[in-house]
Design a protein around this ligand. Sequence first.
Ligand code: K2U
Ligand code: ZN
Length: 167
Amino acid sequence: MARLEILEFPDPRLRTKAQPVAVVDAAIQQLVDDMLETMYDADGIGLAATQVNVHKRVVVMDLSSAREEPRVLINPEIELLGATVESQEGCLSVPEFYEPVTRHERIRLEALDRDGQPYELEAEGLLAVCIQHECDHLLGKLFVDYLSGLKRQRIRKKLEKRHRQSA
Ligand code: K2U
Ligand code: ZN
């Protein structure tokens, strides 16, 4: 297992569109395991492969309080259902910033699990929000893209300054 580096906004690599996984082999399973270790270490409830500079359609999540219920989404496809709802979002790639984002309150998900087996589920609440947030990452989209240009620029400037100071 390995902890991977998480890219931070405005790193342009976060804008890369992920490619579908052709075969769920040992290399993909190792990526899943490394992403889970990285997500748990960063206290996140989700992580997309894009965030660790791997441009494949792979997402891991764990919304359980005990942090013992990992979810693996390979080649996820979602159908947006229900009304829209606004909730506070953060992102491991936009650390320490939280802003309201509007998402669909319910979604239907089709994906492959860590063994390459297909599954589907309907999700609502935080699980639905997180799945939409992670699938946006695979399209090179960040939650700051839903904010005003002024708010996005303010966040970008603050993170660029923090990156310069820690260089
Ligand atoms: O993609 C990521 O950076 C992981 C996010 C997932 C997430 C974003 C928005 C709403 C729900 C999940 C991180 O886990 S951000 C930290 C966090 C933790 C709990 C609830 C909200 C945000
Ligand atoms: Zn994120």
